[in-house]
Design a protein. Structure first.
Length: 93
């Protein structure tokens, strides 16, 4: 149920012993937190690859629509913008 991870720039990640109610918590090398892939080395290479794969998958599902010559560029552009809105991160203005 619970997992713990050490984030370090060192090549050898230290093993830690965390217990909750006397039960040892599993130490993991990576996990997804709030939709982001976090790794123990603190780098984002795997996250970039994961997101690139998601974009490729989405484009391949939409490719028939986006490459259809009967649909105007304006409509295709609006469709792409609508999809992009789902990935925006909102911040304070």
């Amino acid at each position: 149920m619970f997992e713990v991870m050490v984030i370090s720039r060192e090549k050898v990640i230290p093993q830690i012993d965390v217990k909750i109610d006397g039960e040892r918590v599993e130490q993991v090398a990576n996990f997804t937190y709030l939709g982001h892939w976090i790794t123990e080395d603190g780098r984002s290479d795997q996250e970039v690859k994961r997101r690139t794969g998601m974009v490729k998958n989405t484009f391949s599902r939409m490719s028939k629509l986006l490459t259809n010559r009967r649909i105007s560029f304006a409509t295709k552009s609006r469709l792409a913008k609508c999809y992009a809105c789902e990935t925006w991160t909102l911040g304070k203005c």
